[in-house]
Design a protein around this ligand. Sequence first.
Ligand SMILES: Cc1cc2nc3c(=O)[nH]c(=O)nc-3n(C[C@H](O)[C@H](O)[C@H](O)COP(=O)(O)OP(=O)(O)OC[C@H]3O[C@@H](n4cnc5c(N)ncnc54)[C@H](O)[C@@H]3O)c2cc1C
Length: 379
Amino acid sequence: MDFELDEDLTLLRDTARQFSEEELRPRADALDREHTFPIAEFRKAAELGFAGVLIPEEFGGTALGNVALSLLLIEINRACASTGVTVSVHNSLVCGPVTKFGSADVQKRYLPRLARGEILGAYALTEPNAGSDAGSLRTRAVRKGDYWVLDGTKVFVTSGDHAGLVIVYARTGDTGRTGDITAFLVEPSFPGFAIGRVEDKMGIRGSHCCEVILTECRVPVANVLGEVGHGFRIAMDTLDGGRIGIASQAIGIAQACLEESIKYAKERHQFGHPISDFQAIQWKLADMASRIEAARLLTLRAAWRRDRKEPHTQDSSMAKLQASTTCNFVAREAVQIHGGAGYLRDFPVERHFRDARITELYEGTTEVQRLVIARHLLK
Ligand SMILES: Cc1cc2nc3c(=O)[nH]c(=O)nc-3n(C[C@H](O)[C@H](O)[C@H](O)COP(=O)(O)OP(=O)(O)OC[C@H]3O[C@@H](n4cnc5c(N)ncnc54)[C@H](O)[C@@H]3O)c2cc1C
C-alpha cells in the first residue's frame, strides 16, 4: 500500500495548484457575481493539458487517468467551482465515454479537438420528468436512412450553451426498458438542435446549465456512441467516473473553506484573544480537517480502482456521498467560524457555502448514492 504520489502526479497537482492560484482565484468572485461562463479559463486549462486527462496520447491527450483527474479537480475547485464543474463534465462525462466507447471514426473526429479544448463537452441525460429515474427518459430517436431523428427536451445540461459536442441519451425502441436507450454524439450545428432557457442558480453561478431542445434533430448514424441499445449502460458507467469528479469538486470546495477558516480564526480577536484560542473553534477545525481527509482517501481510492478497471460503482457512490456531505458540513462550519462576516459577499466562504449545495444534488443526489450503496450491500 502506497499513499505517495509519483513524480507525474506530483507535477500535475503542483501545476494545477499554481494555475488555480494565478488564473482562477483572482477571477472566481467576478465569474460568480456576473454569471460569466468560464470559457477563457477552460481554454487556458486546455493549454496545460487539463482538457485531455482521460484521452490517449495518440489523440493529443495526456492519458494520466482518474487519480490525476481527481487531483486536478480538487485544485481547480479549491479556487473556482464554476470552472471546476466545467472541466469535470468535459473530462469525465464526455472525453471519458468517447475514449471508452467511441468507434475508431468517432475517436479520430472528436478526441483531438476535445483534448485541445477547441470544443467543450456536455452530457444530456436529465429530462423534465426523468431526474433520479433517468431510465424513464422520453426523448425519441427514429432511424431514417443514414440519420437518426431525435425529438425531445433535455434539462439542466451543464455547459450546454457553450458546448461543441453534447452526448444525448434517447430512446430507440418501444419496450420502455433501459435496453432501449442509445447515446448520440450531437453537434449544436446539426439541424433541429436549439438551446432553451439558461437557468438562474443558487451557486456555481459562472457555470451555465440549460435546456437542450431537439426538434427533428438529424444525427448521422456514424454518431451513435457505442452500440444501439447500450446507452443506459454507457450513461451509468460514465456517472461512476463523473461521481469521482464531483467528489473531488466537493473536497476542493471544503479545502478552501478550511483554509479560509484557519486564516480568519487566527486574525479575528474577541474577548482579548484570537478566536482560534477558543476550544469551540479548534474542535470545529479538527472535525472539518478530519472529515476532508477521510473523503479525500475514499475519492482517490475510487479513482484508483477505476484506473485499474476494477469494479468501483459502490466506491464512487461512497466517495460522492462522503465528500458532498462533508463539503456541506464544512461550508456551514466555515460560515459559523466567520460569524456575521461569513454571511457577507466580501468573504469567499459565502460563495463556497452556495457552491457546496450542488455537490449533493447533481450526478445523483445523496439519496441516490445511498440507494446504489445499499443495492450493493444487499445483493
Ligand atoms: C446545476 C445543475 C447541473 C446539472 N447538470 C446536469 C448535466 O450536465 N446533465 C444532466 O443530464 N443532468 C444534470 N443535472 C441534473 C441532475 O443530475 C438532477 O437534478 C439530479 O439527478 C436529480 O434529479 P431531479 O432534479 O429530477 O430530482 P428528483 O429525481 O425529482 O428528486 C427529488 C428528490 O427526491 C429524492 N428521490 C428521488 N427518487 C428517490 C428514491 N428512489 N429514493 C429516495 N429518494 C428519492 C431525490 O433524492 C431528491 O431529494 C444538473 C442539475 C443541476 C441542478
